[in-house]
Ligand binder design. Structure first.
Ligand code: G6P
Ligand code: MG
Length: 215
């Protein structure tokens, strides 16, 4: 059940922009270089999860144990490939309805924040030209605990000077829904019901909310 929304906190990847497809392509490329395959289903486990933890999961899937120095080289390699994709992004890659929904709720006085595990979030928002649609930006550079820890959302609520009970989180990842609930916030799941069954409501994308508010 969604309570009164005074602030909305948005995950980035899979909610505002479909960077999940780029993360998938580069993790798959890395897995293939290491000699094993990596499927779309495997990729679901990495959504919302930090880069370091994602690499650990990937190596678990491939049955590899590597030392920390090698792991940090691999994480850097993955990020270099990923940033190459990001540099070519533009506003056409904003997911349908996302910018419109942000503008619509801001016009009604709702505060907005980004709550993302991505250290590349500021660069992505800049490439998309939508940094100004957020009152507060909390990204992977500002928090130390990865979702499902609630740190990223609590930090966003604090930045907005809002009580968690007045914040609604928009998330496409299971780990993010859990993080929202652990923060004492409502959670709107964006994606498939079989993955996001713990969300308070589930929608296919922010465009659905634009249609509902226009009805
Ligand atoms: C988001 C994505 C994850 C990604 C994480 C870190 O949460 O859903 O797939 O691993 O951000 O992103 P970064 O850009 O810092 O590697
Ligand atoms: Mg996400």
């Amino acid at each position: 059940m969604i309570r009164e929304m005074r602030a909305a906190i948005f995950d980035l990847d899979g909610v505002i922009v479909n960077t999940a497809k780029y993360h998938y392509l580069v993790w798959k490329r890395l897995a293939n270089e290491l000699g094993f395959d990596f499927t779309q289903t495997d990729n679901e486990r990495l959504k919302g999860v930090s880069r370091t933890r994602s690499l650990e999961i990937l190596l678990e899937i491939g049955g590899l144990t590597l030392d920390d120095a090698v792991k940090s080289q691999l994480a850097k390699k993955k990020n270099d490939w990923y940033v190459d994709y990001i540099y070519h992004m533009d506003e056409s890659e904003i997911l349908p309805g996302a910018a419109e929904y942000l503008r619509a709720i801001r016009a009604k006085g709702v505060k907005t924040a980004l709550g993302s595990a991505s250290k590349n979030a500021p660069l992505i928002l800049e490439r998309l030209g939508i940094s100004s649609l957020f009152d507060v930006i909390v990204d992977g550079n500002k928090v130390s605990q990865a979702k499902p820890d609630p740190e990223v959302f609590l930090c966003a609520a604090e930045g907005l000077n809002m009580l968690p009970a007045h914040c609604v989180v928009f998330e496409d990842a299971e780990a993010g829904i859990e993080a929202a609930h652990r923060a004492g916030m409502s959670a709107v799941g964006i994606g498939k019901a079989n993955v996001l069954q713990d969300a308070d409501i589930i929608i296919s994308g922010l465009s659905e909310l634009m249609i509902l508010s226009a009805a």
